[in-house]
Design a protein around this ligand. Structure first.
Ligand SMILES: Nc1ncnc2c1ncn2[C@@H]1O[C@H](COP(=O)(O)OP(=O)(O)OP(=O)(O)O)[C@@H](O)[C@H]1O
Length: 362
């Protein structure tokens, strides 16, 4: 499987003499604050990552951390001050303006936070807009627009006007427009941030479902860690222009790269993110599943695992696709992970009955 999108040591500096600022950053001769004091903004600093075909790669960070600037370099709208962006192996930074426009119109689609639908065009015409720009004949573009609208749950609304649709539905028209073009790469910039929380969640679920069928390559920008964790196969955490960690939701939750990332994850409901693969002990004998008890897979959600553990008389065995035991989950460990404690249990110096310690009862 070849990498679809690749960013290599990307920098974007706004202000005077960006090349010089990049060199100072590279050589650790200046940091972002010093540059800012001199009127130069280092919006993106040394960003490197790859996005694989079919992956949802989320870029998450607070306002001003450089997410949008990074995204604009990925689709060639903004020229990097240094570094490269490769799309299907092609260096976007080396393309002429015409070649770049061609790649952008055929292979890359953007979905923004406030999707500007044309008010005097029908939902179908709005969804077909990207194809119209590409010069696709009317009959074909309408067919493809209708297909994309159906995928986004808007079948039957093709002839409606945008103002007849709710905010969530309008946003889905935006998504349908992006999907109708057959673009390989979807760049989604805070695409759901303007929606009410319930509709936003619904859109997140729909995107995950759609992605199972379409297997596009998606870069999704958000400042909401819960959204990042729901959507992202991997998440890049940005702070002050730098990517400080790239990993799965579980990596970020269990092994935060630093205190900054850890502080973000404090409010995350671990039981919704963790799976058996993340919490299991990997030291196994191999015979832990030699009974008729229920077993888990690495993907078994944490809450299901708790229920299995409550029913089992011993640790739950975790099996791979071939039925080999790859880990075990003792009940103690489940409780520990909920409380952010994955160490071994301590010993009690006053065991029941000996020291007369009073044990609390419900
Ligand atoms: N055209 C520009 N000229 C000068 N500075 C800019 C420009 N665009 C962005 N910046 C600065 O670069 C930094 C990163 O901005 P960017 O918009 O990429 O962050 P962001 O994480 O997307 O923030 P938000 O979530 O608020 O959109 C900010 O300090 C911003 O002020």
């Amino acid at each position: 499987m070849s990498t679809r999108l690749e960013a290599e040591h990307l920098y974007k500096v706004f202000g005077r003499r960006p090349g010089q600022a990049v060199e100072r950053l590279r050589q650790n001769k200046a940091d972002r604050e010093e540059l800012r004091a001199q009127g130069t903004t280092a919006a993106v600093i040394d960003a490197s990552f790859t996005v694989e075909p079919g992956e949802i790669f989320v870029v998450m960070g607070l306002s001003g951390s450089g997410k949008s600037t990074l995204l604009r370099m990925l689709n060639g709208l903004s020229e990097p001050s240094a570094g490269q962006v490769r799309f299907d192996g092609q260096d976007l930074t080396a393309l002429s303006d015409r070649e770049l426009r061609e790649v952008r119109s055929r292979k890359i689609s953007m979905v923004f936070q406030h999707f500007a639908l044309f008010p005097h065009r029908s939902v179908r015409e709005n969804a077909a807009y990207g194809l119209e720009v590409q010069g696709v004949p009317r009959a074909e573009r309408e067919r493809r627009a209708d297909e994309a609208l159906a995928l986004c749950g808007l079948a039957g609304w093709e002839k409606s006007w945008p103002d007849e649709l709710s905010g969530g539905m309008q946003q889905r028209v935006g998504l349908a427009r992006a999907l109708a073009t057959d673009a390989d790469l979807l760049l989604m910039d805070e695409s759901f941030s303007a929606l009410d929380p319930l509709i936003r969640r619904d859109m997140q679920d729909q995107l995950v479902e759609l992605q199972k069928k379409l297997k596009k390559t998606i870069v999704f920008i958000t400042h909401d860690l819960n959204e990042a964790m729901r959507l992202g196969d991997r998440i890049a955490m940005m702070r002050d222009g730098r990517i400080v960690q790239i990993g799965t939701a579980q990596d970020i939750l269990i092994r935060p790269a630093n205190d900054y990332v850890a502080s973000f994850t404090q409010d995350v409901d671990r039981s919704r993110v963790l799976t058996a693969g993340a919490v299991m002990e990997q030291e196994v004998r191999g015979d832990e599943a030699d009974c008729a008890c229920e077993t888990a897979t690495a993907q078994t959600p944490f809450t299901d695992l708790c229920a299995m553990s409550a029913r089992a008389a011993h640790p739950v065995a975790v099996l791979d696709g071939e039925g080999t035991v790859i880990g075990v989950v003792p009940r103690q460990r489940l409780v520990g992970f909920l409380g952010d404690e994955d160490g071994a249990p301590g010993t009690c110096d006053s065991p029941r009955g000996k020291g007369g310690k009073v044990l609390a009862r419900a």
